[in-house]
Design a binder for this molecule. Sequence first.
Ligand SMILES: *[C@@H]1O[C@H](CO)[C@@H](O)[C@H](O)[C@H]1NC(C)=O
Ligand SMILES: *[C@@H]1O[C@H](CO)[C@@H](O)[C@H](O)[C@H]1NC(C)=O
Ligand SMILES: *[C@@H]1O[C@H](CO)[C@@H](O)[C@H](O)[C@H]1NC(C)=O
Ligand SMILES: *[C@@H]1O[C@H](CO)[C@@H](O)[C@H](O)[C@H]1NC(C)=O
Ligand SMILES: *[C@@H]1O[C@H](CO)[C@@H](O)[C@H](O)[C@H]1NC(C)=O
Length: 284
Amino acid sequence: MKSLLLTGILALTPSTSADCTRAFLTNATTAYVAAQTTGKPSTLAALLSPHLNYTESDKTVDIATGVLTKAMTIDHALSLHDPARCATFTELIVTNPAGPYVIGTRMVFDPTELKATLIETIATKPGDWAFNATGYLHWTSLESWPPIPLAQQLPAWALQSAADAYFTRFNTPSLEPPFSTPCARLEGGAYTDARATGANTCGLGLPSNLTVVNRRYVVDEEMGAVTIFLGFPGLDREVRGKPMADAHTFRVERGGIRYIHTVTTCEHAGCGMNGTTGVEMPGN
Ligand SMILES: *[C@@H]1O[C@H](CO)[C@@H](O)[C@H](O)[C@H]1NC(C)=O
Ligand SMILES: *[C@@H]1O[C@H](CO)[C@@H](O)[C@H](O)[C@H]1NC(C)=O
Ligand SMILES: *[C@@H]1O[C@H](CO)[C@@H](O)[C@H](O)[C@H]1NC(C)=O
Ligand SMILES: *[C@@H]1O[C@H](CO)[C@@H](O)[C@H](O)[C@H]1NC(C)=O
Ligand SMILES: *[C@@H]1O[C@H](CO)[C@@H](O)[C@H](O)[C@H]1NC(C)=O
């Protein structure tokens, strides 16, 4: 009797949780890149929660009809893995002139079920902020993002604090974010250090009275990298008050910001500027 009862209780107990490991997350980003390559979101089915919230530029859409249905030849993929948040970020560059894209995707998994509850994508194409996929690939190819040697890895909070300082600077001009020298920012395809001066060019063109909203993080200690998804107001001149869907990825070396990559959609082609400046400057 007693053992029967016990068996019944055990049967009702949920199976012990698998850990959200880097290995699991790496499999997940590999599967994501494969799904985008083939244009078959159905290949992700085993990784998706029945309660998946899938968004593109902050709008909830059906994953079965979204950008994942477009097969793409991916020229470059970079992924961050965050076991503590059970989350990932992937940057994809597609230079195919028939359909160029630069895509930033954040996936968040339930840490016990190991199923994605949120996939948010910012799929930029011609007409989005400073968009130039050829440029994005070109400048990326000149950069180096190897894993940080174990002895030099910083804790997640330190990486996050460096990245957060960048956006805090947007409305606190007296604050100096921990930029390293050199430091370069890649926005849509435009590079702040196109002349290869090797200077710190990450502080160029920053706003002084702008508050970004709704920061969501992926932090990878091995990569020394942080991605922040956020709402960035001021960029689209036709809807200045409206935050645009944006992701910034920061590479931090020895405590200093070395590289920044941005991916931002515009609501109106070219963000209402008829041309791109490649500088984060909401003024004028
Ligand atoms: C990752 O994928 C490989 C190959 O599909 C599989 O053998 C392995 O169990 C997976 N690892 C995790 C942690 O999911
Ligand atoms: C889905 O995610 C988006 C972006 O994070 C959020 O704004 C929205 O409220 C979420 N929707 C649901 C149903 O959870
Ligand atoms: C895009 O970037 C490439 C590589 O830097 C550059 O040659 C090209 O002129 C850029 N295109 C535009 C429209 O700015
Ligand atoms: C951009 O161009 C469109 C039409 O070409 C024009 O109506 C609009 O005023 C222009 N916007 C700016 C900010 O120059
Ligand atoms: C914010 O800064 C921009 C650019 O310097 C300026 O044009 C604008 O008037 C400022 N807005 C406020 C509310 O101070």
